[in-house]
Design a protein around this ligand. Structure first.
Ligand code: ADP
Ligand code: MG
Ligand code: MG
Length: 897
């Protein structure tokens, strides 16, 4: 065996592997090997590698050398067990278990009791002290599992046959069937098998095993596995390993049983004994919920020796993995066997508390703690939650597709949703599935519930894009035009339900919502009673360390003083994007209209003069809140006609006025202006710097307002740090033109006041990224506008495409996640990299940041760290997430200590 590398060694005994070989042995195999080498009681066995699976799937037939290697390892296994596979007198039986690198719960299959046939069933009975019932029950389970998973026999045919056997005998439970009944049932099962498969159930034990192995290989490409991988973004080419494990039996009587356990509470992280045990049963029975389990603590009474041993093993595993582990075990006649372990899944709250506990216990250091929590988990903890103290009735549980807690009256159409929302009502839009026509209703609704589709369905994608609560794939609900039914309930239009987009639970009635303690902590107004709460303490501790470790600064996107103030409490180190156009709305619309409709320079200047003091006041408020920290102000970006009424509305208004013989002079003038400014494609039209170069005085007014506000703050004794940012630049000449004028104004306004104002640009047009070296000559900073860069890089308009076809692209795997949610590293990311490198080469010390939505996305934050940006900017609520992920980018790049 020596000398074989992973590429041509296809089979590993458990004693040959270890926990770090997950790529090759899958999670289950690697951990079985680890436990074996720790000296824990694991049934003997071996693992066939993921490479063998990849080869098998690539060629579609058997892999050269694999059979021989399996034979070699099977012989060793037989020797160790003192039994031969399927030996009629004294059979060795094995389980054939799938196990990929990433756990894919319920996605692939396992076949137990391989090696049983018409002869060895008697041998098994003899092994079990003449227990015929047990032997025949094991045999019928094999035919059932093998038929279903290896040969695609419809599972319900077996279920039906089992049901018939019980009905014929007039009993309710499987356990009421005796050996003879089960023997007959095996006969029926074999007929079912032969009818569907076209040949008899294979009697050769080795053939059974080989067929099961190949079936596990193929299950990697089963529809549901493919779908699951897409949703969880697991690469499609990893393949699964296969574990062949000597069978142990928990169903040999009251001194046997099977169970699952966690080393800590995966819900809260609390230490203690968590698990379930089922006497006289095989592992699959626990999962299937055939009989009621008892709490693991009860095992102490049932079998003290095994219980003590199990607790000892759990402590060993925690000590070894340095983390919460989950476990599958079986007791065969008083002898404990470990069948599986892995670092266990946990809730977001448990992730933080467990990490902090493990620091206290001296098991891990602070850096390691940061590796164990994620920004996504922190974000989850920041959503308001349902207060479940009133024990609201759960209607159903489905896929939590977009987090949040929402309640409202049920509506079934987009029209009804918009109608009721306009009356100020909370509504939940319930649809079988959504399509682009439902967009208005989705926007109007508090939350969305669908009966079909998973995390990449239209509803899920669009809801996440909008930050709206969504539960989808609730396939137990039956949707009709004005009601839906679930279980015994009928919910009519107008009835109130509550949906939890994190857990996927749907409740009847209005469940009260309580604010997140973690947000209260960030806000600094935490109820003192909660300050010592383990979760809050853990978050505090990890965030403090994150701030020490990260290199990236985190700023916020904020347009108003209050937004900026909140973001600062959340840890923002400045404003990365203030969108000045938001300052043109509300009661200022009229001034903007005057500006647009101005005939001649004088009227225009008057309108600008009226706007300037308002803008200056806005900026001053923002600068005050961010005193001492940089504030990037973007000059106006959107096309001006966005501030005018719509063409349709105006046309109707003018027509009606004319009919009535009223004067509509102003409206007519406006209509003409709107017609004149109408653009086929406003996204690519007259906006950003283009607007500034065409409308005289517009940028100048904004620059003056910024400079005046800065001087005003300096006079108050504050320290303003404004940065003027020019949007949509594609050529250095554009920026130079704006810059020359701006510098003149700044010099004039600032005089010798202690105010420094930087001038820079957004990099959001691909041409700007590709000519960044030139542009850097005229820019003191770059801020990547990754929303526009994505739109223009891919050539699709965000507002039009997300609802229209992204769901389909996600379904097809063209991208794993919307490029607007997480940066497309290879394409758009490449533009960012080119611009960063060339910009810094031209101007060392050039300040680099990002202000698109990606600034708050964990994956993207890691990318921006790698590229070497100075900061990311994101919405106030994402600031803590970005702080955490910026630190994770640092510690994840370093090997665990
Ligand atoms: P899953 O990944 O779905 O949990 P497993 O491969 O772990 O599938 O097996 C399914 C069930 O069968 C589990 O409860 C497991 O404990 C049990 N099982 C697997 N192999 C054996 C074995 N050799 N002896 C006894 N029970 C087994
Ligand atoms: Mg398992
Ligand atoms: Mg932009």
């Amino acid at each position: 065996m020596e000398g074989k590398g992973p590429a041509d060694k296809f089979v590993y005994d458990f004693a040959e592997g270890n926990k770090d070989l997950k790529d090759l042995l899958g999670g289950k195999g690697a951990n079985l090997a680890e436990m074996t080498n720790l000296g824990l009681p694991v049934p003997a066995g071996f693992t066939i590698t993921t490479v063998a699976c990849q080869r098998y799937l690539a060629s579609g037939e058997h892999v050269d050398g694999l059979d021989e290697e399996i034979t070699e390892h099977l012989e060793k296994l037989e020797e160790a067990m003192g039994r031969k596979l399927g030996d009629p007198a004294d059979p060795l039986l094995v389980s054939v278990r799938s196990g990929a690198k990433f756990s894919m719960p319920g996605m692939m299959e396992t076949v137990l009791n391989v090696g049983l046939n018409d002869e060895s069933v008697a041998g098994l009975s003899a092994q079990a002290g003449g227990n015929d019932r047990f032997a025949w029950d094991s045999y019928r389970r094999l035919i059932q599992m093998f038929g279903k998973t290896v040969c695609d026999v419809p599972g319900d045919e077996f279920e039906q046959a089992l049901h018939n056997a019980k009905t014929a005998k007039g009993v309710r439970d499987d356990t009421d069937l005796d050996a003879d009944d089960l023997k007959k049932l095996v006969g029926v099962y074999k007929e079912v098998f032969a009818k569907h498969v076209g040949h008899d159930f294979p009697q050769d034990p080795r053939e059974q095993m080989d067929l099961a192995v190949a079936a596990v290989f193929r299950s990697w490409n089963a529809d549901r596995a493919v779908l699951y991988r897409r949703q969880e973004r697991i690469p499609a080419d990893l393949g699964t390993a296969v574990n062949v494990v000597a069978m142990v039996f928990g169903n040999l009587g009251a001194d046997s049983g099977t169970g699952v356990a966690f080393t800590r509470d995966p819900g809260t992280g609390e230490q203690g004994i968590y698990g379930d045990y089922l006497q006289n049963a095989q592992g699959e029975d626990v999962v299937a919920g055939i009989r009621n389990t008892v709490p693991l603590q009860d095992l102490e009474q049932i079998d003290k020796k095994s219980y003590d041993e199990l607790l000892g093993i759990m402590a060993t595993l925690e000590g070894h993995y340095h983390d919460l582990c989950d476990i599958e075990f079986t007791i065969e006649r008083g002898k404990l066997w470990m069948l599986q372990t892995r670092v266990g899944k946990r809730t977001a709250a448990a992730a933080f508390t467990i990490a902090a506990q493990l620091i206290d216990e001296g098991v891990i250091d602070l850096d390691e703690a940061l590796r164990r929590v994620t920004g996504a988990q922190l974000a989850q903890l920041m959503f308001p939650r349902f207060d479940l103290d009133g024990e609201p009735e759960v209607l159903t549980r489905a896929v939590g597709a977009s987090p949040g807690a929402a309640y409202g009256e049920v509506v079934f159409t987009s029209e009804k949703a918009t109608e009721l929302a306009a009356q100020g009502k909370n509504v939940i839009l319930v649809r079988r599935e959504t399509n682009p026509d439902d967009l208005p209703g989705m926007i109007a609704a508090q939350g969305i519930l669908t009966a079909r589709g998973g995390k990449t369905s239209h509803a899920a994608v669009v809801a996440r894009g909008m930050g709206k609560t969504c539960v989808c794939g609730a396939d137990q609900i039956e949707v009709s035009p004005s009601s839906f039914t679930v279980g015994g309930h009928t919910v009519n239009e107008g009835d109130v339900i509550s949906i939890d987009g994190t857990t996927g639970r749907v409740y009847l009635g209005e469940v009260p919502v309580r604010p997140s303690e973690v947000v209260q902590y960030f806000e600094g107004d935490l109820d003192p009673a909660l300050a010592n709460e383990p979760l809050v303490a853990a978050v505090h501790r990890l965030m403090t360390h994150a701030d020490e470790r990260r290199r990236l600064a985190v700023r916020t996107n904020a347009d108003t003083g209050p937004d900026a103030a909140r973001a600062r409490r959340f840890g923002a180190q400045g404003v990365g994007l203030c969108r000045t156009e938001h300052m043109f709305l509300g009661d200022r619309r009229e001034l903007v209209e005057r500006l647009i409709l101005a005939e001649g320079g004088k009227e225009r200047q008057e309108a600008l003069d009226a706007l300037k003091p308002l803008q200056r006041a806005d900026f001053l408020a923002l600068f005050r809140e961010m005193n001492g920290l940089p504030v990037t102000v973007r000059l106006i970006d959107p096309p001006l006609h966005e501030f005018l009424p719509s063409l349709e509305d105006l046309a109707v208004h003018v027509a009606v006025a004319k009919e009535r013989g009223e004067s509509a002079k102003r409206s007519e003038k406006m209509l003409a202006a709107v017609r004149r400014m109408h653009e086929q494609n406003p996204m690519l039209g007259m906006r950003g710097v283009r607007l500034g170069l065409v409308v005289p005085g517009l940028f100048a007014m904004q620059v003056r307002a910024i400079a005046e506000a800065a001087v005003a703050l300096a006079e108050e004794g504050g320290r303003p740090r404004p940065e003027i940012m020019v949007p949509l630049v594609g050529a250095v000449q554009e920026l130079e033109t704006v810059r020359t004028e701006a510098e003149k104004i700044i010099a004039e306004v600032v005089g010798d006041a202690p105010v420094e104002i930087l001038i820079g640009t957004m990099i959001e047009v691909p041409r700007a990224a590709l000519t960044a070296g030139q542009i850097a000559e005229a820019a003191e900073f770059f801020s990547f506008g990754t929303n526009d860069l994505t739109q223009m890089g891919w050539g699709f308009s965000r507002d039009d495409v997300e609802g229209a076809f992204f769901w389909r692209y996600l379904e097809l795997g063209i991208f794993g996640i919307s490029p607007f949610e997480s940066i497309d590293r290879e394409g758009v990311g490449r533009l960012v990299r080119i611009a960063s490198d060339e910009g810094r080469a031209a101007r060392p010390g050039l300040k680099l940041g990002v202000c698109g939505e990606h600034g708050g996305d964990p994956e993207s934050v890691h990318f921006f760290h790698e590229v070497g940006l100075d900061y990311v900017s994101c919405s106030p609520f994402r600031v803590p997430v970005a702080r955490l992920e910026a630190a994770r980018a640092v510690v994840l790049a370093q090997p665990a200590g």
